[in-house]
Design a protein around this ligand. Structure first.
Ligand SMILES: [Zn+2]
Length: 149
C-alpha cells in the first residue's frame, strides 16, 4: 500500500519506531480477547523517550471492554506523562487496521495534529497517519480554553 509523504514536526527515530513495534507486538500477545479473538497491541512513545504499552481487555459485558490504545494511555498517565510523540498499533486484520473512532478521540487528547500514528500488522508497518488524518477538524482540550478553570 502506498501512503502520502507526511512531514512530522517531532519525527521519532527509526530505532524508536522499531522498538515501539516490537513492544506493541509483545503486548498484543497478552491481550485478553476471549470473545472476539482479535488481539491488539499499542505502544506510545513519550517525548522523554519512555514507552508505554497496552492491549485490549474484553469483558463478558461487551461494552465495558478496553481498547489497547486506552490501556496504553492509562499506563502513560499512571507513569506521569501526558504527551504522545508517536503511537504504534498492531493487529492481525487482513487490511490496514487503524484506531477505532473512540480511540482517535482518546489519542487526540494527548497528541498534536501532526503526531505520527503507525498502523501495523504482524510483519511491520502497513500505513502511517497523522492525528489530523485520522480525526480531522477534531475537538480537543484547546477548544475548552476559557470554559474551564
Ligand atoms: Zn479503540
Amino acid at each position: 500500500m502506498s501512503h502520502p509523504i507526511i512531514e512530522f514536526s517531532q519525527t521519532p527515530s527509526e530505532h524508536h519506531v522499531q522498538e515501539l513495534f516490537q513492544q506493541a507486538k509483545a503486548i498484543q500477545a497478552r491481550a485478553y480477547a476471549p470473545y472476539s479473538h482479535f488481539l491488539v497491541g499499542a505502544a506510545i512513545l513519550s517525548p522523554s523517550g519512555n514507552i508505554y504499552v497496552g492491549c485490549n481487555v474484553e469483558n463478558a459485558a461487551y461494552p465495558v471492554g478496553n481498547c489497547a490504545e486506552a490501556s496504553a494511555i492509562a499506563a502513560m498517565i499512571a507513569g506521569g506523562e501526558k504527551e504522545i510523540l508517536a503511537l504504534v498499533t498492531i493487529c492481525d486484520s487482513a487490511e490496514v487496521g487503524t484506531c477505532c473512532g473512540g480511540c482517535r478521540q482518546r489519542v487526540r487528547e494527548f497528541a498534536k495534529s501532526d503526531t505520527a500514528i503507525y498502523a501495523c500488522g504482524p510483519g511491520g508497518i502497513r500505513a502511517i497517519f497523522t492525528m489530523e488524518q485520522l480525526l480531522p477538524t477534531s475537538f480537543g482540550p484547546d477548544n475548552l480554553v476559557g470554559f474551564v478553570s
